[in-house]
Design a protein around this ligand. Structure first.
Ligand SMILES: *[C@@H]1O[C@H](CO)[C@@H](O)[C@H](O)[C@H]1NC(C)=O
Ligand SMILES: *[C@@H]1O[C@H](CO)[C@@H](O)[C@H](O)[C@H]1NC(C)=O
Ligand SMILES: *[C@@H]1O[C@H](CO)[C@@H](O)[C@H](O)[C@H]1NC(C)=O
Ligand SMILES: *[C@@H]1O[C@H](CO)[C@@H](O)[C@H](O)[C@H]1NC(C)=O
Ligand SMILES: *[C@@H]1O[C@H](CO)[C@@H](O)[C@H](O)[C@H]1NC(C)=O
Ligand SMILES: *[C@@H]1O[C@H](CO)[C@@H](O)[C@H](O)[C@H]1NC(C)=O
Length: 516
């Protein structure tokens, strides 16, 4: 065959392949954007922080897919995150605003050094410029829009602006009268100079409005009016749910109400196409018992576990926008023991700086996300929807030829109840799996089993995989361990508290309006 006749199909094929992979990439990006995620903030005011490579292994072992970094010198960690698939929201510290906001050349250099040199090996998805600048560093506020614009332009020059979005995180205090959400509005004195141009920028670049939202502070400022349940996403009887009298929307939790207040504020300014990205939210696990009595590990577990399930499992959006579930970054991954301020300030972390959990989350159904599997504890249990006949056969095999230790599931023994094939099979599978040293092929059983990091033990029935690490872990998995810390002035000032006063007033109004 003459060479030219083959070159055409080859060329077409190459085109087709690159077209398909471009399509795939686009699809991937769309999926990325429409699937809500839960990420974690990583602050580094820690006396014994894991070095970057161990930190990255830790993130992977906890199945953390999105992180937000504040570190003024993030390069070592950014490099360690290379080729891990972990998405990064990269923070620009407030003290770099002056340079970036006054010189496009500095912005280009910053993008070159922190982004272009690493992307796409390190998957940077957002740049969060400054932190709560309006409240924590008002003198730098005029630099924000120029900094956003010049960073965006630098990304455009590298053709990365479709993949990397630039925005800036705000404290909730920019939203006034936030409850009920429908009459909420942005602080008028910020609107023409700041909010309108910002929203124009975000809308035209399809970037999110970044908000730091803390139901903890709302609750603390309005004790007696905002129920703790409501702040922790715990169900209230329908008669006690908060109802927005203008929209008749029911609010079962403070978090959704705060988000809808932001949406209403934006639509007051005629912006309806800018999404909210929650760059910080969380609950401290320890505080001064006299002044911060609700900062404890039970509440922190409830808030963060329910938040995670709200975003990853329920995905029900907010009452105003049920189809859009905002993504969130939990504040924060590690207790920052070096942060000054009230006791709680050093205790917002899910883990201590060395990777030991500050308390245990209860996040079933999220595929091992943030499960405390740092001990490499895994269990083999019955898979969802396993076929009953195959299951019985597998149970018979495990307790027979497989030589699993099935003594605990005999009548009268601790794991006999519930007396179902399913429950007994889980015990037998796990016994076999642990006996085989948890080797990967040993949890197969013709497909009716699966590996999990959630301890299936219940009551006095202790699963084989739970025994080696016994009492300690079980005590903890039923309640929670001690705690961790984090803050308020960093990443925010007393401004968070202002938000509360407005809520209080609106709640009072609501109480008067609401039919009993
Ligand atoms: C609105 O913003 C201005 C300027 O930042 C600030 O001085 C004022 O206190 C804010 N108003 C309220 C009610 O928070
Ligand atoms: C929003 O749109 C309405 C109706 O078109 C207009 O009256 C109002 O001035 C607009 N508001 C702003 C802030 O542009
Ligand atoms: C967990 O397992 C991985 C891979 O099997 C290993 O590299 C890691 O050191 C283990 N971690 C612990 C805490 O045992
Ligand atoms: C979770 O894992 C860590 C690290 O191995 C271990 O020290 C700790 O006891 C575990 N915590 C709980 C509550 O199970
Ligand atoms: C089987 O399990 C029971 C209860 O956990 C234990 O007492 C017994 O020693 C085990 N038998 C063998 C052969 O390991
Ligand atoms: C933990 O277990 C103890 C004793 O079994 C029980 O009294 C307590 O209610 C449990 N706590 C939780 C949070 O389940």
């Amino acid at each position: 065959m003459p060479p030219h006749s083959i070159s055409i199909p080859l060329f077409t094929l190459t085109l087709l392949i690159s077209f398909l992979s471009a399509q795939q990439q686009q699809q991937q990006q769309q999926d990325d954007r429409s699937t809500p995620f839960v990420g974690v903030n990583i602050g580094t005011d820690i006396s014994s922080l894991l070095p970057p490579p161990s930190l990255v292994s830790f993130l992977l072992s906890q199945r953390i897919t999105h992180v937000r970094l504040y570190d003024p010198d993030p390069l070592p960690l950014l490099r360690a995150l290379s080729r891990t698939g972990i998405r990064v929201c990269l923070g620009v510290p407030n003290n770099q605003l002056l340079a970036l906001g006054s010189s496009p050349t500095s912005s280009s250099a910053w993008i070159q050094r922190h982004v272009t040199a690493l992307y796409p090996d390190t998957l940077i998805t957002h740049i969060s410029v400054g932190d709560e600048v309006l409240s924590s560093l008002p003198s730098s506020a005029p630099l924000l829009l120029p900094a956003l614009n010049s960073l965006h332009s630098a990304l455009v020059s590298s053709n990365l602006h479709h993949n990397i979005k630039v925005s800036t995180p705000h404290s909730a205090s920019i939203v006034l009268d936030p409850f009920p959400p429908s009459p909420a509005f942005f602080n008028q004195s910020l609107v023409s100079s700041y909010m309108l141009p910002l929203l124009k920028f975000l809308s035209s670049t399809q970037s999110p409005l970044m908000m730091n939202l803390y139901p903890y502070y709302v609750f603390m400022q309005n004790r007696g009016f905002v129920p703790l349940q409501n702040s922790l996403f715990k169900p209230l009887p329908p008669s006690k749910e908060e109802v927005d009298p203008n929209t008749l929307l029911h609010y079962t939790n403070v978090f959704d109400a705060m988000i809808d207040a932001v949406y209403f504020s934006m639509s007051n300014l005629n912006f309806t196409d800018v999404e909210v990205l929650v760059t910080e939210t969380g609950w401290p696990s320890k505080g001064d018992p006299k002044v911060e009595p609700f900062a404890n590990s039970d509440n922190a577990d409830a808030y963060n576990s329910n938040l995670i399930k709200h975003v990853l499992v329920d995905r029900g959006g907010t009452p105003l926008r049920p189809a859009t579930t905002p993504s969130v970054y939990i504040y924060e991954l590690f207790d920052e023991d070096l942060r000054p301020g009230p006791v709680s300030e050093a205790n917002w972390g899910l883990f201590y700086g060395n990777g030991t959990p500050a308390y245990l989350l209860h996040v079933e159904g999220t595929g091992g996300f943030l499960a405390n599997d740092t001990t490499n504890r895994t269990f083999c249990v019955v898979a969802e929807g396993a076929d009953a006949k195959l299951l019985q056969a597998a149970l018979d095999w495990a307790c027979g030829p497989g030589r699993a230790n099935c003594s605990e599931i005999q009548p009268g023994m601790d794991c006999y109840d519930p007396n179902t094939v399913r429950a007994h099979s889980s015990y037998a599978f796990d016994s076999y799996y642990q006996m085989q040293g948890r080797s990967s092929g040993s949890c197969y059983f013709q497909g009716v089993s699966m590996i999990t990091t959630t301890d299936p033990s219940h009551g006095s029935c202790i699963f084989p995989g739970s025994k080696k690490v016994s009492n300690n872990i079980r005590g903890a998995s039923n309640g929670t361990l001690a705690s961790s810390d984090v803050g308020w002035s960093r990443r925010a000032t007393g401004e968070r508290w202002l938000f509360g006063c407005h809520i209080l007033i609106m709640l009072l109004t609501l109480c008067l309006l609401m039919p009993r």
